[in-house]
Design a protein around this ligand. Structure first.
Ligand SMILES: [Ca+2]
Ligand SMILES: [Ca+2]
Length: 226
């Protein structure tokens, strides 16, 4: 009797876990053909890693027909999305052969969608039934402002503090990889960049385009990003 009650309890808990982790935003078509796309890194929006509960959507080139949806989780074994192809009989909308996939990211925290750019290490982003493609980077949002590491469109001492915190190896992974933090473009995000930002915030003239959409394409993340 107790065993049975336990089993029911476990089922209820599992059901609630499933509810909590539901994919809710993007509404995709379901057809009889698809290709798999695997992500090898956490996508970013405005330079900050997306969080569990955010969603990735694949779209036809019209940008409105959703052909794939993925609820993001921290488990890399789940970083895979099925992108649906069009059916002929009966006709169902989906990707056409050689049609470019458009990617979007939905941020649960702000309930906002952004278009994202993918870098492929296998495949080319053109739909092919039964293909398997690999995306090594998916970056969404605007280019970001140099120095604005928390993505609030302001460059101030808060950004400097985040960089110093990261440099001191405290976990600030929600702001990583923090490309906009490499203010002096030396490939590193560290206390030198924080000092430059504090100088900028204090109104000193500095020889870097802080506050401009000019973030480096890649940086070596600071210790608090790992
Ligand atoms: Ca900021
Ligand atoms: Ca730097």
């Amino acid at each position: 009797m107790i065993q049975k009650a336990l089993k029911v309890l476990v089922l209820i808990v599992l059901a609630f876990q499933t509810l909590a982790a539901a994919q809710v935003h993007f509404s995709r078509v379901v057809t009889s053909s698809n290709m798999s796309v695997i992500f090898t890194t956490t996508p970013t929006v405005n330079g900050a890693a997306i969080q569990a509960g955010d969603e990735i959507g694949a779209f036809k080139s019209d940008g409105t027909t959703c052909t794939g949806a993925l609820l993001w989780s921290t488990d890399p074994t789940k970083w895979q999305i099925a992108v649906m192809g069009a059916d002929i009989t009966p006709p169902l909308p989906g990707m056409d052969a050689n049609e470019a996939v458009i990617w979007k990211i939905w941020k649960a925290s702000t309930n906002s969608e952004v278009v994202a750019t993918a870098t492929y290490t296998a495949g080319d982003g053109l739909y092919e039934s039964n293909d398997m493609q690999v995306i090594s980077a998916l970056t969404g949002g605007d280019a970001g402002l140099l120095g604005d590491v928390n993505g609030d469109d302001l460059v101030n001492s808060t950004d400097a503090l985040i960089i110093l915190t990261c440099d001191a190896d405290y976990d600030v992974s929600s702001f990583c990889p923090m490309n906009c933090g490499d203010v002096n473009a030396d490939g590193l995000v560290n206390s030198t960049d924080a000092l430059i930002l504090l100088s900028y915030d204090a109104g000193y003239s500095i020889p870097f385009p802080v506050g401009q959409p000019n973030c480096p394409a890649s940086v070596t993340p600071c210790p608090g990003c790992n």
